[in-house]
Ligand binder design. Sequence first.
Ligand code: DGL
Length: 283
Amino acid sequence: MNSPIGVFDSGVGGLSVARQILRILPRERIIYFADTAHVPYGERPLEEIRGFALDITRFLIEQGVKAVVMACNMSSAVALDVARVLYPDVPIIGVIEPGARAAVRVARGKPVGVLATTGTVRSGAYVRAISAIDSTVPVVQQACPRFVPLVEAGLAESEEAETAARDYVEPLIRAGCGTIVLGCTHYPFLRKAVESAAGPGITIVDPAEETATMLAHILSERGILAQAAFGPHEFYVSGDAAGLRDLGSRFLGIPIRDVKRINLSAGDTESVGCRGTNSQVGS
Ligand code: DGL
């Protein structure tokens, strides 16, 4: 019950999901892994992403997590099914099915637009997930290769972000979409830019909230919700730590001081830039 929940992404994007998990389940403890040695995932081959996602899942399970959240659309698109087969005893949750569900709920007969990385668009995962729920809902996808580097560089609220958002949202509006899914976990940090590019009357769907709700149901059904708040959250990176420490503290709203760097292929860990202890749960 009191084991942590493993959450991972290529970088800081998955913190948009971690934030919702901690909002809905404030007693839970998180181990967050940012694959900063390989960010951005967006343009990489799907097979390579599958390898990264499975390595990270294994690492988190070795740390004793009670559930894994793939807080990364690309990983969810290409590695979720395999990971569930490899680790049948640990609940493993992705963000695409929850995102698709939330989108269909508010689609109101209009096409659903999906903003995502090139890889997620190429995987067709949202198209399949939405049509499995309601095959009458048309889906229009838009790849947004400029978005993740902007978020990772701390430029989510810049003029460049606004220009990129206008470029990416416009084709969806032209196609008559009434709903836009933020189909990459980095994009909630660009929500303002997307909203202002979309204009009034367009519903923006962030799969993070539905993902956290789904996690809460699964933990509750299995009787493994944390009974008491204890212990600090843990943060790992595979490469650079500064972004997670600085942007992450801001995004998550709690100070991230201690970040460990781990080389998953070599298995060695070092503490990078420890400036004290991470926040306790509930602090
Ligand atoms: N945040 C991830 C996703 O949801 C990956 C983004 C990237 O690294 O390109 O797809």
